[in-house]
Design a protein around this ligand. Structure first.
Ligand code: PBG
Length: 303
């Protein structure tokens, strides 16, 4: 069994994690990692939304699957395009421990403490729009690169604070850098944030069977609902949107928003629905958002 992975420290941690789980499940099976660089890792001087979006982080890994040099690819679900090509499928979505964004700063303990004109680093339109909406007096400045690069740029003094996913920091043992975990009200996460996904070829059903023990049905229902909402709104990372679902009993509670990058227009909505039909719920929330103002926001983004 060969696992294709990107070579960032976080991607390698995640692939190693899956390897460890597989080795525990199937002790007689040899599991190896195949590290690869993607275009998303190489192009670091522009926001992702400007260079082709999330697909940039998965394409090379998918090619490895097609060519048979790897059997599965491990991804952060957040990096997987909403619309996957027909040859590929997600065979497992793992449990997510933390889905929230985190506030990181060497000078301030929370977003509320930042003074007017303070510079917050992020290249995510989702984070940018939410920051502008709540804190119109802050400046938002682009920040790309892997987690270590982003933290280094903060430490060099290029920013007063940065926003990162709490999950990535915790996985790399960098949880101590988190000054505050942002609630869903403060920063609604990206679809799939905090969850790992395992991708394989559709025409290798045996892989799905082997990966079944790594699948967490409750997390998967949440992530599928979040992704269905974003897909129905045509969003990947070129649209400022967030989607976050939680399970209570066997009911999915799904929240979403769509905004303009400057945060001056923002539409929020929330719905609940059966765990058995996550994608219908995501679609329904997208329709609700469109009716409540997102349609006009999306039209203004296209212009
Ligand atoms: N956008 C890149 C990316 N993809 C996944 C994570 C973090 C881990 C996760 O969400 O599972 C990050 C870093 C970040 O947004 O701070």
């Amino acid at each position: 069994m060969i696992i294709a992975t990107r070579e960032s420290r976080l991607a390698l941690w995640q692939a190693e994690h899956v390897r460890t789980l597989l080795q525990q499940l199937y002790p007689s099976c040899q599991v190896d990692l195949l590290g690869m660089t993607t275009r998303g890792d190489q192009i670091l001087d522009r926001p992702l939304a400007k260079v082709g979006g999330k697909g940039l982080f998965v394409k090379e890994l998918e090619t490895a699957l097609l060519e048979g040099v790897a059997d599965i690819a491990v991804h952060s679900m957040k990096d997987v395009p909403m619309q996957m090509e027909a040859a590929f499928t997600l065979v497992a979505i793992g449990p997510r421990e933390v889905s929230e964004d985190a506030f990181i700063s060497n000078k301030y303990a929370s977003l509320d403490e930042l003074p007017p004109g303070a510079v917050v680093g992020t290249s995510s339109l989702r984070r940018e729009s939410q920051l502008h909406a709540r804190f119109p007096y802050l400046a938002v400045s682009p920040l790309r690169g892997n987690l270590d690069t982003r933290l280094r740029k903060l430490d060099e003094g290029q920013f007063d604070a940065i926003i990162l996913a709490a999950a990535g920091l915790k996985r790399l043992g960098l949880g101590a850098r988190i000054r505050a975990v942002l609630t869903a009200e403060e920063s609604l996460p990206a679809p799939g944030q905090g969850a790992l996904g395992i991708e394989a070829l559709m025409n290798r059903p045996e892989i799905a069977a082997w990966m079944a023990p790594l699948h967490d049905a409750r997390t998967a229902a949440c992530v599928l609902a979040e992704r269905a909402m974003a897909r129905a709104l045509g969003g990947s990372c070129d649209v400022p949107l967030g989607a976050y679902a939680k399970m209570r009993d066997d009911v999915i509670w799904l929240r979403g928003f769509v905004a303009t990058p400057d945060g001056t227009r923002m539409t929020h909505a929330e719905l609940s629905g059966a765990m058995a039909h996550p994608e219908a719920l995501g679609q329904q929330l997208a329709d609700t958002l469109r009716g409540a103002g997102a349609e006009a926001i999306l039209a203004s983004l296209d212009a």
